[in-house]
Ligand binder design. Structure first.
Ligand SMILES: Nc1ncnc2c1ncn2[C@@H]1O[C@H](COP(=O)(O)OP(=O)(O)OP(=O)(O)O)[C@@H](O)[C@H]1O
Ligand SMILES: O=P(O)(O)OC[C@H]1O[C@H](OP(=O)(O)OP(=O)(O)O)[C@H](O)[C@@H]1O
Length: 230
């Protein structure tokens, strides 16, 4: 059996993933037409390229349908419970950096920390009769983080995009989202809580569990690791 490597098929991570492997003597390329999600690997034998959405790579790794995968470290933590028992971090790739943070309106001058948020949430509930709403697509990471930091009086609102806009639209009071330049937060009048950093994400090469791997696959992985210096 060949070793299947899943990489993002488009978007912000794809090109840099190709560059990162190329710099280490492994050429990944899309085969076929631009819109066809087929690929090939040159520079090492026994590896098959699978082009996938970054968000699906954690699940495919966990299911054993791919053996290696490149995706954001945030996505692996969000999509897999006990992620570190399911996949192994082989190499941090040094790009795709973004911080998952909690932010509130700049106008909330009394709220700068998680403790302040907790107090504001209790006051909010007493006043409005429902829990303060935090919009996010990172449900698992946000729940774990708030639980570990003693914030309980809130509800999560699912937002799969344009999350910063939920506050203006009055569908949430706070957000938990990815930021890199901070532009989107500023443009929407939001500020990050001083202790509101949930995870500093970057593109990472992961491998799945090896129980089902054949000796050939293990040898290929070893050869790849030595090329990558991982
Ligand atoms: N400014 C940014 N905004 C959002 N995500 C970013 C940013 N910078 C880096 N990332 C990272 O990029 C990854 C998401 O990549 P991308 O947006 O290409 O995938 P996606 O389109 O969300 O996934 P899918 O293809 O599953 O929809 C995440 O790991 C995220 O942390
Ligand atoms: O700090 P910044 O550089 O402003 O980047 C952060 C923004 O980028 C991402 O959105 P994306 O472009 O992926 O669109 P989305 O809202 O559909 O997730 C993220 O969700 C933030 O909205």
């Amino acid at each position: 059996m060949t070793l299947k490597l899943g990489v993002p098929s488009k978007g912000r991570l794809m090109e840099k993933t190709f560059d990162w492997f190329a710099a280490r003597g492994v050429t990944l390329r899309k085969s076929g037409t631009d819109r066809e999600y087929a690929g090939a690997v040159d520079g090492i034998d026994g590896i098959e390229l699978v082009l996938l959405s970054a968000g699906e790579i954690p699940r495919e790794l966990n299911a054993g349908r791919i053996h290696l995968g490149v995706t954001g470290s945030d996505l692996v933590r969000e999509k897999l419970s006990s992620w570190d028992q399911r996949v192994v971090d082989v190499a941090k790739m040094g790009f795709g950096g973004a911080d998952l943070i909690i932010a509130v309106p700049q106008a909330w001058i009394d709220v700068d920390t998680l403790d302040d948020l907790d107090a504001a949430a209790a006051a909010f509930r007493a006043h409005h009769g429902f829990r303060l709403r935090i919009a996010t697509k990172y449900h698992r990471l946000v729940r774990e983080f708030l639980r570990d930091n003693g914030v309980a009086d809130y509800q999560l609102i699912d937002s799969q995009g344009a999350t910063e806009g939920t506050i203006r639209n009055e569908t949430a009071e706070a957000i938990a989202d990815i930021t890199s330049t901070g532009e989107t937060l500023r443009a929407n009048g939001l500020k990050i809580l001083s202790d509101g950093m949930i995870h500093a994400s970057q593109a990472t090469l992961f491998r799945g569990r090896r129980e089902q791997w054949t000796p050939d696959m293990r040898a290929t992985f070893k050869a790849l690791q030595s090329k990558l210096g991982a």
